[in-house]
Design a protein around this ligand. Sequence first.
Ligand code: G3I
Length: 460
Amino acid sequence: MKKIDSLRTIGLLIIYAVGLMSFGSCSGDEEKDEEIFELSPPVVNTATNVTMSSFLATWSKVPGADHYEVDVALDEDFSEFLNGYEAIQERSVELNVKFLEANTIYYVRVRTSIDEELSVNSNVITATTESEPGPEPPEPTTPLKEAAGFNVGNIVQASRLSGQYQTILSSEFDQITAEYEMKMNIMYPSEGNYDYSKGDAIVDFAVDNGLEVHGHALVWHNATPSWVENFSGTDAEFEIMVEDFVKTTVERYKGKVRSWDVVNEAFQDGGSSPLRTSVFQQKMGDDFMAKCFQWAREADPDLLLFYNDYNMIYDATKLQSVLDMVDDFQDRGIPIDGVGFQMHISYNSPSKSQMAAAAKKITDRGLLLHFAELDVRANPDNSMSSLTVQREEEQATKVREVVEVYNAIPEANKFALTIWGVKDNDSWLMDFWGHIDWPLLWDSNFELKKAHTGFLEGLE
Ligand code: G3I
């Protein structure tokens, strides 16, 4: 029996040991296991469910955590907490952050709390709420050249032939004019030394993009190189030099430049003596323009020859001087095909009737009419620091009126309507008048303005 008793004792001891291991001590006063949890911060995940006014912050579970403390701030230093989101206590591992501003960056960090002790801060995540839906993209509009029954032009500079300039010029327009790089002071910088590099670049751009080129301007007192202004030779030598310049230039672009402003702004502003004083008038005589037109015709029999000037609508005296010249040329058989009205106007002037009356004096003489340099000052009195919706609408109305007048002239007299610049901040007007303005059809970010719609409405 001894042996059996020993075996029973051993068995009982084994059962006791197993019990201890499985369930701890059997004594009635069990001591709680003192499991030690590491007081570490959670790892905060990338924000999810982001909207204009909320996002969901989630983080990893930390063993033993009683709860978590969540901070949401407006800056990465957490110096400015989002109202109501400083040390928010959260038992789960997520928090929906709500009532936020759109398009705003928020910063989130979390701490773990175990037995009323706090861990260090977690990593910081950012959440950027979505932007307010932008204005509906404008309806795609018809390109100006497709809507017009005449050439619609704009100006270029050799340094502005790529990117959005190229996109707009090639899609909206069918003619270009060099703003300044096909004038004498650029093409003939010193005696005997022609420099057609910029003109060539512009003409090549036109050919590459299927655009016509209006040449501007062979003879203009404001773009005369200084060596010509101070010409040291005789008047006869001066005239030979000018003839050579006109013919060399016209021949160079023959077949690519279909029209030229042969002379620009030769008449006084409402003055008593019609002709402006210039080195051309002084050294070649009052008939200098007739000579230039004849030379241009000799150089290219197919070229359209224009005279171009400003204030033709406001200044009846100047317009009459131009009409007298046209009548004289036509009487003498001096070639002239058209007249350009520069159309540097304002949102509130001139009126349609004034424009139409002046235009008729040209078309009645069987000439082509070029509205050559349209820009519409929205801020002529410098009373504005930004373009208001109302003033933009008034500008669009004036553009519509200009186009209506031009579109109403006889088909045989239509040539082109050229706008003097692509985007507002390209305009010469700011330099000239010394204050801000928004005179064109695209804004400074190449965004369409109401004036573009006004142009299309003028064609309806
Ligand atoms: O682009 C150069 C720049 O690189 C250089 O640093 C700077 C200083 O020399 O000159 C810049 O070129 C200037 C250019 O405008 C571009 O801003 C020329 O000097 C300046 O002479 C030229 O002025 C042009 C002006 O005619 C004289 O050619 C204007 O852009 C142009 O809008 C203006 O246009 C005239 C028409 O031809 C005729 N009707 C009036 C109209 C306005 O004056």
